[in-house]
Design a protein around this ligand. Sequence first.
Ligand code: AHG
Ligand code: MN
Ligand code: MN
Ligand code: MN
Length: 334
Amino acid sequence: MAKQNQTLGEFIIENQGEFKYSSGELSRLINSIRLAAKVVNHEVNKAGLVDILGAAGDTNIQGEDQQKLDVYANEAFIKTLTNREIVCGIASEEEDDFITIQGRNKKNDNKYVVLIDPLDGSSNIDVNVSVGTIFSVYRRVTPEGTPVTLEDFLQPGNRQVAAGYIVYGTSTMIVYTTGHGVNGFTLNPAIGTYYLSHPNMTFPENGSIYSVNEGNYVHFPQGIKNYIKYCQKEEEDRPYTSRYIGSLVSDFHRNMIKGGIYIYPNTSKNPEGKLRLLYECNPMAFLAEQANGKASDGFTRILDIQPKELHQRVPFICGSKRMVEKAEEFMRDA
Ligand code: AHG
Ligand code: MN
Ligand code: MN
Ligand code: MN
């Protein structure tokens, strides 16, 4: 049960029994993520004061210019998770390949793999706009005692045991699920503790916000073009409000609280879509469904897609259930 003013530490202990596999490992894993998030938060907060803004000078496997904070956050999460020897493998948006962690006495006896987008919305760093971190946790499928393989990471999203995000916004929040609803915790920076501020978060069934990079309109599929026209039409409760931050985490967070839909379709420039299935769409889809929302690629439930490669991209439509269903209807009819 979620209790107001509970700390995240207390909440994790109290709800340990709810985890499907309650060995305590998953609790320790969430604990490590919350710790790494504090480290990254500290760095994000002083961006602008120290030399952490701007490009790092490298390109990641996605073909994107890495920002210094992309690299910093990636290292902070990997280091924290590796040092604590809780997971057997990590895959990250910023790494070409997955990382194997042998753990205590090189026994490969840890059970979980983590997939992360260490810094989401990195184009917003230099202009002091909210960024985030997204994480996704699976139980490995290959036998314990052996090093992880690609198979452990290429699991459909419906196999996730936990997922969440951190939003470094006006306040820093960690929002996560272990398959028993979604809870949000806000960091009190003075004492470094997260408090349960948003128990049992849910998307309103319907909403009035649509979030899409409309600059790409001419490159959108016809179904999405038609849905956008529908959002803008003066009829019933429309036109809707348009809000697009350009950080998936922040756009999702706002839409979950206020009611809305986020769309990143395939475009002629990105024929598979832009967002990454494993680091962005699956964790957000798991959270959305746990919060009474919905996530789709336009035709198929995101969580049912069988991944074929680590850095796979996918079109993404996510948010209030009735809005996502409406967008799917336009996709079908186009
Ligand atoms: P990342 O910073 O992790 O590479 O992700 C960027 C993503 C997502 O956060 C955001 O919603 C989207 O890219 C914005 O893309 P556009 O600038 O093309 O709208
Ligand atoms: Mn990136
Ligand atoms: Mn991202
Ligand atoms: Mn990123």
